[in-house]
Structures are given as C-alpha cells and as structure tokens.
Design a protein around this ligand. Structure first.
Ligand SMILES: Nc1ncnc2c1ncn2[C@@H]1O[C@H](COP(=O)(O)OP(=O)(O)O)[C@@H](O)[C@H]1O
Ligand SMILES: [Mg+2]
Length: 303
C-alpha cells in the first residue's frame, strides 16, 4: 500500500514506529503536515486533488493518490486535519479512524454524552450554558471538582479545584475567556492513577496503569507520569472496546479510572501515543495498527 500519515511532527516516536513497521511489511509511507496542504475540488477527473508545500518559499506539488491514510495530528490541527482526511477518503483512500469519529473524540463533552448513551459509565459530569451562573453550576457538584476544557489533551486543560470557591473562580475566568469547560466528579479513590487501554478493532491489544508523579493528579505521560503493566479482566476490556465503538473509532486509546462505582471511562483518544504503552507492555502496537490497516484495505478491495 501507499500510505500517508497526517502528522505535524514526523520525528515523534509513534510516527517513526508506524513508518518502520509499515516499511517492514513492504508498504511505503509519507508523513505530511495537513496544514501544508491545499485541497482542490474539480469537476474534471481526478475530482479530489491535494497540493503540498514544504515551506512558504518553494513551489507546491501535486500529491499522488494514496491507498490508506493514518490520521495522527494533534489537537491544534483537528479541523484542518479532518478536512484533509475527508478529501483523501473521498478520493478513494481508506483510513484508520474516519474524520467523523475523530471529531467526536476531540470533543470531550460530546464523547461523554455518546459514551453514556451507549451504556458506558463515565464520572458524573455537567456542562452549563453561558447564561447559567458558575456558582449554581458548581453547587451541583461534590468537592473537590475537576474542570476540563473540551478540546484539551496530554493533561493540559484538566484542572482540580479543592474548594467550591476555587471551582467558581476558575469557571468564571474561563467563561470570560470564552473557553467552554465541563465539571466532573474528582475520583479521589483512584489515588492519581488511571488505566490506558489501546483498542484496535474489537480487541484490547495493550494496557498500562499510569501514576501521576509527586502528588500530580494527572497521570499523563506528558505530565511526567510513570507506568506499569496491568492485566484487565475480559469484562473490563469489554468496557474499553465498547467505548471505542461508541465513538466509531477503529483505533483508540481509552482512559479508564477505578472508582468506588467500578471502572469508569474518562475519555477516548483518537490518536494515542505509542511510546509509553509499547515500552511498558512490550506489545508491538505499531505492527498491529498496520495489520489492521491492511485488513481494512483488503476488505474494501475484495468487495
Ligand atoms: N474525574 C477525574 N478524577 C480523577 N482524575 C482525573 C479525572 N479526570 C481526569 N483525571 C486525571 O487527569 C488525566 C487527564 O485527563 P483526561 O480526561 O484523560 O484528559 P487529557 O485529554 O488531557 O488526557 C487523566 O489521565 C487522569 O489521571
Ligand atoms: Mg487522557
């Protein structure tokens, strides 16, 4: 297959691993930044052209047709990334995670709604409209309270307010800055840990238990979290699989948290990092992703 990875940082561990496993299986892979693309819709064939510019000074060139696309762009490029992804898919490529599923996962509130609708349990969460007072919203929650911006990632945008007054002041500030923020019960009993589950298709391929460092409640790798191996029961794995399905994702990094009410889903990532989980679990996740892409491609071409 001729594979395109949409990503802004080709040097990232995940990009390099995916490229290396793809090439080992005889595929070629280009890694391109969706923000450097120019999309063209035309009544003549081909209907979906994409031009690429390496930098502002050089002339652009027409990109070839790709068989498959791997979307791996970050939250800062969600909109353009999804638009570019849709263009390639419209032109005949397959993708691991389509643009609609990607967009669902990139909105934390929409994700929680869809998870709850699919019967996947999430921490009690609320979202108040702009005319609803911060004080009344906070009064509906227990303390401490978690506050989350809807499009954050890597732990950025997730805040912990120990007292109701702190939650009110943070919420008021974010409202003023026009940053939509949800409130969520703080799962204290998880003791600054969460569980990352890597789901591919209808299988959990790898898991790890993450710990926040030095009292940090966020267990994210990018916030200095550490990880250890963990084995989940079949029922627990099914929760992660159901979460990925609820958002329509082929590949997902599901964040779970152990609460007194059982295992809850915090969020579902459409482009989860491979480094920490491959190194902790010893699983070749990059290879599993390429195999999944091959299967999807074969399924489409045998039709
Ligand atoms: N309700 C919560 N209770 C306790 N810890 C939480 C809660 N929500 C998030 N966390 C911690 O913060 C981290 C980041 O939250 P998450 O919702 O996964 O956002 P991000 O997209 O930034 O990773 C989680 O991995 C977890 O360690
Ligand atoms: Mg997370």
């Amino acid at each position: 297959m001729k594979i395109l990875m949409l990503c802004r940082e080709p040097r990232l561990y995940s990009c390099q691993r995916l490229k290396s496993e793809a090439e080992k299986r005889g595929h070629s892979m280009d890694i391109l930044d969706p923000n450097r693309c120019l999309l063209k819709l035309s009544s003549n064939r081909p209907h979906f052209d994409v031009y690429y510019q390496c930098n502002g000074k050089e002339n652009c060139y027409l990109l070839p047709k790709y068989d498959a696309v791997l979307p791996r762009f970050g939250t800062a490029s969600t909109q353009m990334g999804c638009v570019v992804l849709r263009h390639f898919v419209a032109g005949g490529a397959i993708s691991l995670n389509d643009d609609q599923a990607f967009l669902r996962a990139r909105d934390k509130w929409q994700s929680l709604q869809l998870l709850q609708q699919a019967g996947v349990l999430v921490p009690q969460s609320i979202l108040a409209g702009s005319e609803f007072s911060a004080k009344s919203a906070v009064a509906k929650m227990k303390t401490p309270t978690i506050l989350k911006t809807l499009n954050g990632s890597q732990g950025i945008g997730v805040m912990l307010a120990e007292k109701p007054q702190s939650a009110v002041s943070i919420l008021e500030t974010l409202k003023e800055a026009k940053v939509v923020t949800l409130l969520q019960d703080f799962i204290r009993e998880a003791k600054n840990t969460d569980i990352r589950c890597f789901v591919i298709g209808d299988k959990v391929v790898a898991t790890m238990l993450r710990h926040g460092q030095n009292g940090e409640f966020r267990a994210n790798f990018h916030r200095g979290g550490s990880a250890e191996k963990i084995t989940l029961t079949i029922d627990e794995q099914q929760i992660a699989i159901n979460a990925a399905k609820a958002l329509g994702l082929d590949v997902a990094g599901v964040d779970l948290i152990r609460s007194n009410q059982g295992l809850l889903v915090l969020e579902v990532n459409a482009s989860a990092g491979l480094e920490m989980i491959e190194k902790t679990s010893g699983v070749n996740i990059a290879l599993e992703m390429i195999v999944c892409l091959e299967q999807k491609y074969q399924l489409l071409n045998n039709k």
